[in-house]
Ligand binder design. Structure first.
Ligand SMILES: O=C(O)c1ccccc1N[C@@H]1O[C@H](COP(=O)(O)O)[C@@H](O)[C@H]1O
Length: 198
């Protein structure tokens, strides 16, 4: 099970996620209680070893802007939320970026097609809100064999069952490993990764 821990803003939380066995860590470079600046990210990624993917997370920013901000932060992966088109993925790829493309269950069926992104992310309606949803409903989207992440309202207690219900290839978490909004809880990060990997 591929595990991404998102919304990290301190070296301690990055180290905890990495040592716990996370495959990817996310840095929110858009309006959020977890926002970090590109300059902060350049420091935080020093704790990310080779083999762990560091991702810059964006809401509805144009792909070209997300690419520029991620590049300034020294990142080579971006996560794009909001209404997107295949051109957004192409724009990122043409700039040498790898892409996690986020969709919600309410998106049009075409949005679940393979647009060439490295990973698809199926999230709650409001990203980063901690809102759980009917994870089993994603099975109707025909994602078998695809590399995709389940997100939205996951935590150490529900991740195992949620991933099973959804048939997820990987999982992504932010709110569920926090002690308060925007403040990560190191023990919860460790427990989440262990539960997801177990
Ligand atoms: O975490 C944020 O603040 C955020 C802001 C803007 C876009 C995406 C964001 N996070 C993503 O939301 C889910 C996590 O949701 P939850 O908090 O665990 O319910 C995950 O995909 C994050 O990468």
């Amino acid at each position: 099970m591929f595990v991404k821990v998102c919304g990290l803003s301190t070296p301690e939380s990055v180290r905890e996620a990495v040592e716990a066995g996370a495959d990817a860590v996310g840095f929110v470079l858009t309006a959020s209680p977890r926002v970090v600046s590109p300059a902060q990210v350049t420091q935080l990624v020093k704790a990310v070893p080779d083999g762990v993917t560091a991702v810059g997370v964006f809401r509805t920013e144009p792909a070209v802007d997300a690419v520029a901000i991620a590049r300034a932060a020294g990142l080579s992966w971006i996560q794009l939320h909001g209404e997107r088109t295949p051109d957004d993925v192409k724009t990122a790829h043409d700039a040498g970026m790898k892409v996690i493309r986020a969709v919600t269950m309410g998106a049009a069926s075409d949005a679940f097609a393979d647009w060439g992104e490295e990973l698809l992310l199926i999230d709650a309606a409001v990203p980063g809100s901690g809102e759980a949803w009917d994870y089993g409903s994603v099975r109707a989207k025909g994602l078998e064999g695809r590399h995709w992440l389940l997100a939205g309202g996951l935590d150490p207690a529900n991740v195992s069952q949620a991933a099973r219900d959804a048939g997820a290839w990987g999982v992504d978490v932010s709110s569920g490993v926090e002690q308060s909004r925007g403040v990560k809880d190191l023990a919860k990060i460790r427990a989440f990764v262990a539960a997801a990997k177990g």
